[in-house]
Design a protein around this ligand. Structure first.
Ligand code: PLP
Length: 436
């Protein structure tokens, strides 16, 4: 089990103390403090991460793997230390299995281009699910169009859980690759990925897990999952934008051709031929985002000190609280996704009757409450659910029950604004609805 569903033996997190580590909470939003409920989109950054990025830029700026002078060696050491920390964070056997990329999207594209172009052939099947983020969908569409391969999709049930019978049936098509998210960014669903990996391996498929929404919310152990590829974005785990990780089994990375060519990824270059660097540098062409990787290392230190089991327990508590408070305080609210907090990460997706989520988010912003509205880069999932758009609140270590209470009160206020007959908001929303 990678995202624990029990809460035994965890150390409670104190979000009020934690918020002192995040400078953004010092900012005044027209007399209010920020209730940031959009961590699934990107997380806030603690001071240690900001300082790590600034420290590199202020004190030891230099390129990596080149400079044989003090700052060059310091930069290389900090960059490579971040790789070791990233490996430990997801329990990789070897830090050489960690490829630094810009984000989860780039990691999936790397696999699709490099492994996919070499291994996927005409009429092969790639098995995905209806829950996927566009990042784990579009690269496979591009690949399947190029190779004339088939895409199949595991169905979801009415609570947004993967239908395991559908999975079993589709595995009979003997897919070459199965790719699914560990946690749905659209609905928060935690998928039984370990069992799904085992079943996929039984039919000879390789498995890519999109961990973009799992790594921020609980402990991940890629060896225990026994998957073949695992990806996540640094900016969702309190790290800087521009940092991300592709993990893959070393044998696979060794066999895979380079994704991009250029400096860093080579061993020897002649006018007509090149030999390539060892893994992982074979996949890190050009000057990498050095400060972002170093910042990711600092974010991992920060979260490791809190303990990822404690993060999971904290977010589960908040999710349970939100699932209880929102329906009680906000008449008519419709919450989507699994009904039990044990089956979902710190993500609560909802809609208010007759009020478009964009209006909800805009009005909440007046209260310094930040939520996401739209299709959250899961348009096929929204089509499947029959929703144009939804509103989404998502949590992290700095979130607390007070933020959820503010959300509930804010939603009530939104409803009252729309209840006023002829109110400008109601008229505007009706006009927008009519135009759709
Ligand atoms: C499940 C999931 N996968 C992939 C991504 C893509 O992440 P990024 O935009 O950082 O590449 C996201 C981002 O929201 C996500 O939630």
């Amino acid at each position: 089990m990678t995202l624990r569903t029990d809460m035994d033996g965890f150390r409670p997190i104190d979000p009020i103390t934690i918020r002192h580590d995040f400078p953004i909470f010092e900012r005044d939003f027209a007399g209010r403090r920020l209730a940031y409920l959009d961590s699934a989109s990107t997380s806030l950054k603690p001071r240690t991460v900001i300082d790590a990025v600034t420290g590199y830029n202020a004190r030891y700026t230099a390129n990596v793997h080149r400079g044989i002078y003090t700052t060059g060696e310091e930069a290389t050491a900090a960059y490579e230390a971040a790789r070791v920390k990233s490996a430990r964070f997801i329990d990789a056997r070897d830090s050489h299995e960690i490829v630094f990329v810009r984000n989860a999207t780039e990691a999936i594209n790397l696999v699709a281009y490099s492994w996919g172009r070499r291994n996927i052939r005409q009429a092969d099947t790639i098995l995905l699910t209806e829950l996927e983020h566009h990042a784990n969908l579009v690269p496979w569409q591009l690949l399947s169009q190029e190779k004339d391969a088939d895409l199949e999709f595991v169905a979801i049930d009415e609570q947004g859980r993967l239908n395991q019978e559908s999975y079993d049936v589709l595995l009979r098509t003997r897919p070459k690759l199965v790719a699914f998210t560990q946690v749905s960014n659209g609905l928060g669903t935690i998928n039984p990925v370990r069992e799904m990996v085992a079943k996929a391996h039984d039919v000879g498929a390789l498995v890519l897990i999109d961990g973009a929404q799992a790594v921020p919310h609980g402990p991940v152990d890629v060896q225990d999952l026994d998957c073949d590829f695992y990806v996540f974005s640094g900016h969702k785990v309190l790290g800087p934008t521009g940092s991300g990780v592709l993990w893959a089994r070393k044998e696979l990375l060794d066999e895979m051709p380079p994704f991009m060519g250029g400096g860093e990824m080579i061993r020897e270059v002649h006018l007509r031929r090149t030999t390539f660097n060892d893994v992982p540098w074979k996949f890190e062409a050009g000057t990498p985002d050095i400060s972002a990787a170093i910042g990711l290392g600092a974010a991992i230190d920060y979260l490791t000190a809190i303990g990822m089991d404690n993060v999971r327990a904290h977010e589960r508590d908040l999710t349970e609280y939100a699932l209880e408070v929102l329906p009680r305080e906000v008449p008519g609210i419709r919450i989507l996704g699994p009904r039990s907090a044990t089956e979902r990460a710190g993500i609560v997706t909802f809609n208010l009757p007759d009020i478009h989520p964009h209006d909800v988010a805009t009005l909440l912003d007046r209260e310094a409450i930040a939520i996401r509205a739209g299709h959250h880069c899961t348009q096929p999932l929204h089509e499947r659910l029959g929703e144009d758009a939804t509103a989404r609140a998502s949590f992290n270590v700095y979130s607390d029950r007070d933020h959820i209470d503010r959300l509930a009160a804010g939603l009530r206020k939104v409803q009252r604004i729309f209840e006023r007959p002829g109110s400008r908001a109601a008229v505007a929303s009706q006009a927008v609805a009519a135009a759709r």
